[in-house]
Design a protein. Structure first.
Length: 134
């Protein structure tokens, strides 16, 4: 298990996939404050490898990344029967949602509003139960 995953057995886990380390750190801190566990990946290739051993409740993924971009990573993820039901939210500063696969669970335009991000995550996977842990 990665160092950030499921710190508490009841924690909801979000896999954040973005090639920008600062953005990953910001999202990690926001979601940790809300009680979510966070796993990070710098690109689609790393995300696909993580998904062979982790089972996040949600994937929050950038569209435009070097190597395996978000569109290709999403296509490969959906080709795996064991991952077809994991909701994926795509993020982008340049790509519009109408240009993406219509089966994605949601879309966040960058820069995004923190309140909207938290609300979208909660609407898709619920609020975490931290049993008093932050």
């Amino acid at each position: 298990m990665s160092r950030n995953a499921n710190v508490h057995t009841n924690a909801k886990t979000v896999l954040v996939v973005d090639d920008e380390p600062v953005l990953r750190a910001i999202v990690r801190e926001i979601l940790h404050e809300e009680g979510y566990a966070v796993i990070e990946a710098a690109d689609g290739r790393v995300m696909l490898e993580i998904m062979t051993r982790e089972r996040p409740d949600l994937v929050l993924m950038d569209v435009m990344m070097p190597g395996v971009d978000g569109r290709e990573a999403y296509r490969q993820l959906r080709s795996r029967p064991e991952h077809r039901d994991v909701p994926v939210v795509m993020m982008s500063a340049a790509v519009k949602p109408h240009g993406l696969d219509p089966s994605i669970a949601g879309f966040m335009a960058k820069p995004f509003d923190i309140t909207e991000l938290v609300a979208l995550v909660a609407s898709l996977i619920g609020r975490p139960h931290t049993n008093g842990c932050a």
